[in-house]
Design a protein around this ligand. Sequence first.
Ligand code: SF4
Ligand code: SF4
Length: 478
Amino acid sequence: MKPKVNRRNFLKAVGAGSAVTASAGLWFFGTQAGQDPASYTGMTNREGGFQTFNRRKWSVSKPTYEKVGETSRPDARTEVIFARMGQIRGYDKAKGLGEFPQHVQDYYKAHPEDLELDTTVRQEIHAKRSEEIKKPHDEFILSKAWSSAMGAVGPRGVNAPPEKWDFPRGSNTPYKMKDPKRTSRLIKKISHQFGSTLVGIAKLNPDWVYKYPMNGGRGFKANEPMEVPEHWQYAIVVGVPMSWDPMYANPPYGTSNDAYSLSRIVAHRLTAFIKNLGYAARPHTPGADYDLMVPPIMVDAGLGEQGRHSIVITPELGCNFRPSIVTTNIPMAPDKPIDIGVQDFCKTCKVCAKQCPSGAISHGEKVEIRGYKRYALHSSKCSNFWSSKLGNMGCRLCVAVCPYTRKSNWLHQAALNVSLHDPTGLSDIALAKMQEVFYPGQEPQKYYMPSMGGENASYRPVPWWLKTDDFIDTADGE
Ligand code: SF4
Ligand code: SF4
């Protein structure tokens, strides 16, 4: 709910109106600022926003190492320490090296000091460490959980029911956490460490858990009702952005796979971290490894609001993200939902509904779905369009065209602020109009493949690094 109009809010709105007018005049500069990698919210490091260095200025004609004699290639069996250590297993000083392979003998003859060091490590230090590790070293509990979680991402997915899969192996007694608020803070920081841009925590509402599993995987029996496990008390939502420029070049050049993978990695790491602390945890990840619905949980976790296109709109990334969820019983203080004015904005905007090539997004009012009111999405129409275009899988045009999905430059932050502080709704109308004028879409038919009367069009130009013609000779070699 937006605040009621009173004198204070009216004055804010007048200020907001001026900001809209000023923004319109400076839109061009804002768009230019959007080209700056530093505005690629959520991936400044991956996009190099703060890590650039002008290498060209320091280019030299030859490398700064020196070639001073006859060269040779390294023997990995002996020159790589981890391989060499494996070869010296069972060494007995009294017997010497006679029974070891020739290359091992040759190496240690040439490097006798390494023989001393390598055998000391194997025979003395490792043994001491094994003993030492058995003693309690509480100061390393978190760092060990973090490190082990960082390496926990493998091909093994969720393949057993919650009462089995979700709990730590062995008889780990959960560590006694001092305070739910502190745990929430820790979980959020750790999630960012694991690669997440968005993170929020909700008390899990059982209404959001599927009644029947999507299929027979993940330990649930197909076509049998699912019980909501008692230990699914909280839901931690994490999310990472899809690469911005291909996302704008949807539908044929964008992909969900970039953020799907990262989102999975974060969720599996977070799951491993929580299990390391002795608590139950289960990841629910893209594409279809979920036991629950994500959007309403994101709303409960205070990450954003569900828009007309059914996707959650966040203040940081708009709807340009892919989420995962970890259900758990580690006691935390949940976040509160937020109201950033999306419900009002969507009433007037309708940009996604107008530009959706399949007509899947409603132009009308919200309807009741399973006891809750929201905009309906015609998923069969949507998936039909996916098959009616070439390029990468899926569509995501509704993500690209949504005015909230903009790189984080000063103009878009200002526009968000205007909408947030205007109780009259006038700026929403102006901003939605500006969106249509400055970010026009194609005729919906153009997005279809040529055999269906389309052109495989994209919403924005293709990023330079995806222009095949500039890099690959596709002529059939005459
Ligand atoms: S993904 Fe494409 S077809 Fe589906 S609702 Fe969004 S815009 Fe429409
Ligand atoms: S495009 Fe407009 S109507 Fe659609 S979800 Fe975004 S803000 Fe709402």
